[in-house]
Design a protein around this ligand. Structure first.
Ligand code: G2H
Length: 260
């Protein structure tokens, strides 16, 4: 069974768009609207599932202006349903705002904000229980890769999630993002990416189920652009991309259409 190609755009905190802002500047309402307008007017392969993830403050604006059929993800969500948790947002608040996905476990949150595997897993469970889809990031550092610990690191990040959520991975998209390739311009080679994606699929088969191994989308993230996406997209176990910097440029559309 063919898995639907999935492309996510992770705007992170530094949104820029060539016509209004310089690289490195923060985004604005105007720049977000330009990105959305570009997507709304683009010819997008209808077989591709597209989800964009703006900073929290722009989630509602994005949902309001983005054409239907394209979905929106929060860059984070909390693991508690409600209460005195200053600065956090709940799953039900996202749902109430028409936001259908959450991006969890990004290495920037794991490293800069010290999010543990267990915390990421508990947020994943809360999101799934509340009916959101989850783009679940995993990936190794350069040091871990050089120590030949890539598969061990990635599968232990995934195991924490399996321990929390069990066997139903139907609403999880796994994003493999080697930390050394994020925002560095150093994309993993097609062989390096395919090798890890294959290992993740084997892990799903062994530890979750045949169905999860067959159906779960495993997407690649880390310096994906319109030039390198074509070769990556041809790999058997690469089912799409999580795109950072390049999702803020008109060429994001070319990445979405990498298979067409
Ligand atoms: C990896 C990726 C998107 P970039 O973080 O999640 O960012 O494409 O800028 O490397």
């Amino acid at each position: 069974m063919a898995r639907q190609f999935f492309v996510g755009g992770n705007f992170k905190m530094s949104v820029f768009y060539p016509s209004t802002l310089e690289k490195g500047q923060n985004g604005t309402v105007q720049s977000i609207k330009e990105i959305i307008e570009n997507l709304n007017n683009a010819k997008i392969d209808e077989n591709v599932e597209v989800v964009i993830s703006p900073p929290t403050i722009y989630l509602l604006l994005t949902r309001e202006h983005l054409r239907s059929g394209l979905e929106v993800a929060a860059q984070n969500v909390f693991n508690k349903p409600n209460g005195a948790f200053t600065g956090e947002i709940s799953v039900s608040q996202l749902k109430d705002s028409g936001i259908t996905w959450a991006l969890l476990g990004h290495s920037e949150r794991r490293t800069i904000l010290s999010e543990s595997d267990d915390f990421v897993a508990s947020k994943t469970k809360a999101a799934l229980d509340g009916g959101l889809g989850v783009i679940l990031c995993c990936g190794e550092s350069l040091e871990q890769r050089e120590a030949e610990k890539t598969i061990e690191v990635v599968t232990s990040q995934l195991k924490a999630v399996a321990d929390a959520v069990g066997k139903d991975w139907s609403k999880i998209v796994i994003a493999y993002e080697p930390i050394w390739a994020i925002g560095t311009g150093k994309v993993a080679s097609t062989e390096q990416a395919q090798e890890v994606h294959k290992a993740i699929r084997e892990w799903l088969k062994k530890e979750v189920s045949d169905e999860a191994a067959e159906k779960t989308r495993i997407i690649y993230g880390g310096s994906v652009n319109e030039k390198n996406c074509g070769e990556l997209a041809k790999q058997e176990d690469i089912d799409g991309f999580l795109v950072g910097g390049a999702s803020l440029k008109p060429a994001f559309v070319d990445i979405i259409n990498a298979k067409s």
